[in-house]
Design a protein around this ligand. Structure first.
Ligand code: B1M
Length: 211
């Protein structure tokens, strides 16, 4: 088995120590950061994403694998920019103002990162001003919003209106999710997409960014 396969299996198993050590070893063997990222870390996370979609693994396993992936990511992140590894796209994501639920949003963010997207996670209780600031600053391709409360989901509409008023609607696709969100609500507030779970969110983002 080559070292990249070993990294992928380490991510799948959620073994942070081995992923960290193997990534370090791969770098000393002059394996490119792009290969480590795509054929090691992301490959392992892809397997977990697929298993999560098929209900073969559950939230705790996803979180443990994401942690293992991060153990490798922290070593290669500083080298990625220099290596000119092409990002699959930039995503700014957060839970909307007034809402402190972040477990589902974190899973979405981690799977997106695992799939090779550059993710800026703004956390919880995010105002429209902050969403806009980071969409502009990061030149985001995707703005993702999460809400778990029926009282906070309405804020998504305000954010989309703010995006329109700032003339950014052409530049960024807005996707939404969270337990109370439905496809028809997404249509009603003119979001570009809705995903019922984290695995579908990855497919949705890939689909929206198809050139
Ligand atoms: Co709260 N809470 N909570 N809570 N909480 C709910 C949501 C609730 C349904 C419980 C209930 O009454 N049965 C209810 C909402 C009722 C409603 O509005 N209809 C509720 C309430 C009322 C409250 C408080 C108001 C309680 C109070 O204080 N009186 C309060 C509000 C605080 C606030 O936000 N201002 C509150 C607080 C909390 C805790 C802080 C204690 C904690 C959150 C901890 C945290 O997130 N760090 C909490 C929790 C844990 C829950 C439940 C039990 C679980 C939520 C969760 O994490 N689910 C929840 C009841 C439930 O859902 N069974 C509940 C697991 C997670 C993986 O699923 O977030 O749905 P979910 O994410 C999924 C998909 O929705 C999707 O992908 C994820 C993974 O597949 N998805 C996206 C999510 N975001 C996405 C974004 C996308 C795409 C897909 O694109 C961008």
């Amino acid at each position: 088995m080559d070292i990249l396969e070993e990294i992928a299996i380490g991510v799948e198993k959620g073994d942070s120590n081995s992923v960290h050590a193997l990534t370090e070893k791969a770098l000393t063997q002059n394996i490119s950061v792009g290969e480590i990222l795509n054929n090691g870390l992301v490959a392992g996370m892809d397997v977990i994403g697929e298993k999560f979609k098929n209900n073969e693994v559950f939230i705790p396993e996803v979180l443990i694998s994401a942690k293992a992936m991060k153990a490798g990511m922290e070593l290669i992140k500083p080298l990625l920019a220099k290596a000119n590894v092409e990002s699959k796209g930039k995503v700014v994501i957060g839970t909307v103002k007034g809402d402190l639920h972040d477990i589902g949003k974190r899973i979405v963010a981690m799977l997106l990162e695992g799939a090779g997207f550059e993710v800026t996670d703004l956390g919880v209780d995010v105002s429209k001003e902050k969403f806009l600031e980071f969409v502009e600053k990061e030149r985001a391709d995707i703005l993702g919003m999460s809400a778990l409360l029926t009282t906070t989901m309405t804020y998504m509409k305000e954010v989309i209106e703010a995006v329109e008023n700032a003339n950014l609607k052409q530049d960024v696709r807005v996707i939404i999710g969270g337990a109370p969100i439905t496809h028809s609500y997404a249509e009603e507030i003119k979001a570009d997409g809705y995903a019922p779970d984290a695995a579908s969110a990855i497919d949705l983002v890939k689909d929206l960014l198809k050139k």
